[in-house]
Design a protein around this ligand. Structure first.
Ligand code: FAD
Length: 344
């Protein structure tokens, strides 16, 4: 008799969230990853859980909102189950407002946010705080209260502990048993592309850095396309580059220096903070740019959870939920354009 109901291949944000959601429903799960917990993109340092702009609503934005909305309860549940902190906190976000046009746009979005975010979070135009803010020509910033942060490595450890506390096991090698969920990130997209003879998804490299700068209770900042994310441990992460072409997946170079320079120009308070870590990884991007989740076409009993791209941690709580519903109960609540067929 099988000892395992669900084998999850890949111990990143997606695989661990699926394993946790399945274990919560009572399934016996085994997570298999030769690189160990957080050995892929999920072992990084940035961890911005930030919404798309609240306008032009679509299935992806609605899915992301649902995931961000449930984030607080999800991560508290993970921490309480496994006893390991995830460093999650809903600390909000500030963005500069460059001119009158940007101000008008921001004010219009404040109105749409009220409706689309169901009155639970605000997107507002306020005077830039004097102690912690990006350089902003109008003296104003957008402040939103939906954005949260967590430390990716801690979040993976937290999820892994929760899976084990629920009776799940982790392994670097094991046979498939039961339903099989392939949450294998960039390597999985490369394998799918090779198998199908067309580009199903690609790896997009990102470089990031961590500074010794303690802003742990303050909002994160998004300015000049750079994320500045204060963490609970008194460090602040800066990210990231977006590279389709690269020589090595895990090296950092002058492209990261350019991101750091933009961060320091946008947030002068960081000027003297020492860089304590430089880190790079490969984001899994599906051909459609949407998550790629659902049953594996033509492969009964196998499922895919991939394509987290730049928002993998933000949407992980929903990925776990909809995949567990599908794998264990056959309930399919996955938007059509997220299904593997859309990228195949
Ligand atoms: C620099 C950078 C900054 C980022 N910033 C953010 C951010 O601020 N907010 C956010 O939400 N997201 C962010 N992301 C994206 C996020 O990290 C990814 O979307 C997410 O980690 C993807 O998770 P995953 O589990 O799908 O993939 P991964 O974490 O890559 O996990 C896949 C795992 O599968 C394993 N594997 C591969 N092949 C096999 C096999 N055959 N069998 C078993 N296991 C296998 C690998 O070892 C790996 O551990 C960032 C990414 C990068 C690189």
């Amino acid at each position: 008799m099988a000892m395992v109901d669900v084998t999850v291949r890949g111990a990143g944000a997606f695989g661990l969230s699926v394993a946790y959601a399945c274990a919560l429903k009572g399934a016996r799960v085994r997570v298999v990853d030769p690189a160990g917990v957080g050995g892929g993109a999920s072992g990084g340092i940035v961890g911005a859980l930030a919404p798309h702009v609240p306008e032009n609503w679509n299935a992806k934005k609605a899915f992301q909102f649902a995931a961000l909305d449930m984030g607080e309860a999800f991560w508290r549940g993970v921490e309480e189950t496994g006893g390991v902190p995830s460093s999650y906190a809903r600390t909000g976000r500030l963005q500069p407002i460059a001119d009158d046009h940007a101000r008008a746009l921001a004010e219009a979005r404040a109105v749409t946010a009220q409706m689309l975010w169901e009155g639970r979070y605000v997107w507002e135009v306020v005077a830039a705080p004097s102690d912690w803010a990006p350089v902003t020509p109008t003296g104003l910033v957008i402040h939103d209260t939906l954005t949260a942060r967590m430390f990716p490595r801690h979040a993976c450890a937290s999820l892994a502990a929760a899976v084990q506390a629920l009776g799940g096991t982790l392994a670097t090698e094991a046979q498939d048993e039961g339903a099989v969920v392939w949450a294998t990130g960039a390597a999985g997209l490369a394998a799918l592309s090779a198998e199908r003879g067309r580009m199903v998804g690609v790896a997009v490299k990102g470089q990031s850095a961590r500074l010794a700068f303690d802003a742990r209770d303050l909002p994160q900042i998004f300015a000049d396309t750079v994320h500045v994310v204060p963490h609970a441990d008194g460090t602040t992460a800066i990210g990231s580059t977006t590279e389709r072409e690269f020589d090595a997946p895990d090296t950092t170079d002058d492209q990261l220096d350019a991101v750091l320079a933009r961060a320091l120009a946008a947030v002068p308070a960081l000027a003297d903070a020492p860089v304590i870590e430089r880190w790079a990884g490969l984001r899994p991007r599906a051909r459609t740019r949407s998550p790629m989740i659902g049953a594996w076409p033509d492969r009964p009993g196998h499922f895919i959870a991939n394509g987290g791209f730049k928002i993998g941690f933000g949407i992980a709580p929903m990925i776990g939920q909809v995949m567990a519903d599908l794998v264990l109960d056959g309930r399919d609540a996955i938007p059509d354009d997220f299904k593997p067929e859309a990228s195949f």
